[in-house]
Design a protein around this ligand. Structure first.
Ligand code: ADP
Ligand code: MG
Length: 679
């Protein structure tokens, strides 16, 4: 395999134990790591100019300067020392100023001519340059992310040495036909020129190729981890039954729903018999359930079974009720596979699924128990998929003969990032809310003014409304956070005594949870005090107000999800965030939520605040394998490499010799990433 991987960095001249340790700290263990430690920027020391030219350009530039004075020293009022030298480029002269850096200034005076770089300004009609950089060569200078342990210039020299030491040209990682087809340079050229380009264009060429490979490896790895690979399938969907389905609904579909349903149908009726592998991203309340129902209907009508997997028991009951209503009067048999079932009931149900007496099964991951066998599984739907672990998602898809896969998520993330994390998924976006919806008006209130929030809340309940109150905790700990128990024992009695209120949290028994949700759904309960268990999917259109206690405890996307419990009907709806705005970060989050209801905009803001690493899950997410593409704006390049990744996977080319290094890299990402990808 690639020899550089086996070469310890210590083979480099003058590299001792100490430097090795410093390099280890930044993730460099062998020569391969070293040559793949790319510069974070370049300084162009090739574009030389005169003092006047650089002044007029307004940009930093390089010039050869000859010192024409000794160093004059000034002590400033703030204790800093200033060193000033006069220099000349042969035509004009300028004042060169350094702060506290006598040795650099000294260098300038000692040398015949010195190459300096910076912005030239004018002061009292004299040219001036402040703290210019000094360098020896007219070249493109790579700048590495230096730490307090190791300086950029040292890294540069080590890489230079490494490239001279190892076998060149470097062994190619991509097959020739891919390089040609997508106009990519060789790995050898890329590595040489990402570090030491003759000009910035070569650096770009190198970067393009390295990004392509990075993204390709990442895409293949993510697709393999998530098992979202389009595969040949024998499942034949020849009719979409869309018209029939429309008659089952009490409303008209939105344009977006129609479009996304069509995208699903096209996938499932694919001429090349490849399975559907599609993600539906839609903001909360955009009506994803109906899309799933349309696909479900088509698959069942074509003679197959469907499984719908949801992350919580509450949601499975809700979907069961919703779909029973939609499919009323059809001959579709629906089963709720609940963890509550007794052994005998469960066995009985399993038999019916095996014999195809049941067409549609809804359940939590209890669904994936080993004994569950389907007669003819045609479609697996995963709702609110961000709540599942990766392994849980995989297992259900393995139960059929390459069933179609439909995934629904209310976690919108920016498109570039989404293309990276979702691997080989096609993405549909539901970007329209059903008609009549009003924005949920959102306010942020300090705990001191909670009384007013309560009064507002009560006014809505009095007028026939229903509302949620969300707390971060079930029981009180010593923290200053509000708990569901505190509501139960104190606040409900004191403030909301005249209303029907109940509490809900994960520790209640299943039947209690179900009963409470049902009573809330039917309007018997007016106020539901809950933990975040209501966060995903719960749909009670009459509820029009939500109070969130200790809102600072939650992230943007979680608050947006919680807020999405209201504004689902035609009533004007409100979200009241109770929070002391004691940090900048909290202020930013609350402000974002109060200013928009658009989940995609909020996702962008979230990404800005938290950075991609956090969004991917915990720290060791394998994202360190993405070095250049992280800040990538170039969707085209992403799309191309995604397409190639798909070709490689569906053609099973990874095993071939041409791809042995890519395969090795894919496995490396998989090992680092598979248990921590949370999206
Ligand atoms: P989410 O995308 O958050 O899962 P749901 O599927 O729960 O949203 O739908 C939210 C609400 O909107 C439900 O009460 C559903 O019946 C209703 N709904 C969905 N589509 C439409 C539509 N086209 N017209 C009117 N109401 C709709
Ligand atoms: Mg939903």
């Amino acid at each position: 395999m690639d020899s550089a991987k086996e070469l310890d960095i210590k083979i480099l001249r003058g590299l001792g134990e100490k430097t090795a340790e410093k390099l280890n700290k930044i993730g460099i263990y062998n020569i391969e790591d070293l040559i793949h430690f790319y510069p974070r920027a370049y300084e162009d020391w090739t574009a030389l100019g005169s003092i006047k030219e650089i002044y007029e350009s307004g940009n930093p530039g390089c010039m050869w300067i000859q010192a024409s004075s000794t160093i004059s020293k000034v002590r400033l009022a703030n204790g800093k020392r200033l060193f000033k030298i006069q220099g000349s480029d042969g035509t004009d002269s300028l004042d060169i100023i350094f702060f506290n850096n006598y040795y650099v200034a000294l260098n300038l005076v000692k040398n015949e001519k010195t190459l300096i770089r910076g912005n030239v300004t004018k002061k009292a009609n004299r040219y001036e340059i402040i703290s210019p950089k000094i360098y020896q060569n007219t070249e493109i200078r790579p700048i590495y992310a230096q730490t307090k342990f190791i300086h950029s210039e040292r890294i540069k020299n080590l890489i230079n040495q490494a490239l001279k030491t190892i076998k060149r040209p470097l062994e190619e990682t991509l097959p020739d036909f891919i390089l040609k087809k997508y106009d990519l340079c060789s790995l050898d050229f890329a590595i040489k020129n990402i570090h030491f380009p003759k000009n910035l264009k070569d650096a770009e060429t190198a970067k393009k190729r390295l990004i392509f490979e990075e993204v390709l490896v990442w895409q293949i790895a993510v697709s393999k981890i998530k098992n979202y690979v389009k595969r040949k399938t024998d499942i034949k969907i020849s009719n979409s039954f869309c018209d029939e389905f429309l008659f089952l609904l009490p409303f008209m579909l939105t344009k977006a729903q129609t479009r996304v349903i069509n995208e699903c149908m096209e996938d499932m009726m694919d001429k090349n018999s490849l399975s559907m592998s599609r993600l539906i991203q839609g903001d909360v309340g955009s009506g994803k359930t109906v899309v799933a129902a349309a696909a479900t209907y088509a698959v069942i009508k074509n003679g197959y079974q469907v499984a719908i997997m949801v992350p919580t028991e509450i949601l499975s009951v809700q979907h069961y009720n919703t779909l029973n209503k939609i499919f009323q009067g059809t001959n579709i048999n629906i089963a709720l596979l609940s963890g509550k079932l007794r052994l005998k009931e469960r066995k009985n149900l399993e038999n019916k699924i095996k014999n195809k007496e049941i067409n549609l099964v809804i359940g939590t991951h209890a669904l994936m128990g080993e004994n569950l066998e389907f007669a003819k599984l045609g479609l697996v739907v995963t709702d609110e998929q961000h709540r599942f672990g990766v392994k849980q998602r995989m297992r259900l898809a393995e139960k059929g003969q390459n069933p179609h896969v439909l995934i629904m998520s209310a976690t919108p993330i920016p498109r570039t990032l989404s293309m990276m994390v979702h691997g080989d998924l096609d993405i549909s976006i539901l970007d329209e809310l059903p008609p009549g919806r009003k924005e949920v008006q959102t306010f942020c209130v300090s705990p001191a003014k909670k009384e007013r929030a309560f009064n507002f809340f009560k006014k809505i309940i009095k007028n026939g409304g229903q509302g949620y109150i969300v707390c971060p905790l079930i029981e009180n700990s010593d923290s200053d956070m509000i708990s569901v128990d505190e509501y139960k024992n104190k606040i409900l009695k004191k403030v909301f005594a005249e209303y029907n209120a109940e509490i809900l949290h994960g520790k209640l028994s299943r039947s209690d949870k179900e009963k409470i949700m049902q009573d809330f759904s039917s309007g018997k309960i007016q106020i539901l005090v809950s933990t975040t268990v209501i966060e995903v999917g719960v749909d009670v259109p009459n509820a029009s107000v939500i109070i969130i206690e200790n809102a600072e405890r939650f992230g943007i996307s979680q608050l947006h999800q919680l807020r999405g419990r209201v504004g689902r009907g035609e009533k004007a709806s409100y979200c009241i965030l109770i929070s002391s705005l004691n940090t900048k970060d909290t202020q930013r989050r609350m402000k974002a939520l109060c200013s928009t209801n658009d989940g995609f905009l909020l996702a962008e803001e979230d990404l800005k605040i938290r950075g991609p690493g956090e969004i991917f899950g915990n720290k060791q997410h394998g994202m360190e394998e993405i070095k250049l593409a992280k800040t990538l704006k170039d969707i085209k390049l992403l799309e191309v490499s995604k397409k190639v990744a798909r070709e490689i996977l569906s053609g099973n080319y990874l095993k071939e010799d041409d791809f042995k290094i890519i395969n090795w890299k894919v496995n490396r990402v998989i090992n680092k990433t598979q248990n921590c990808l949370t999206i």
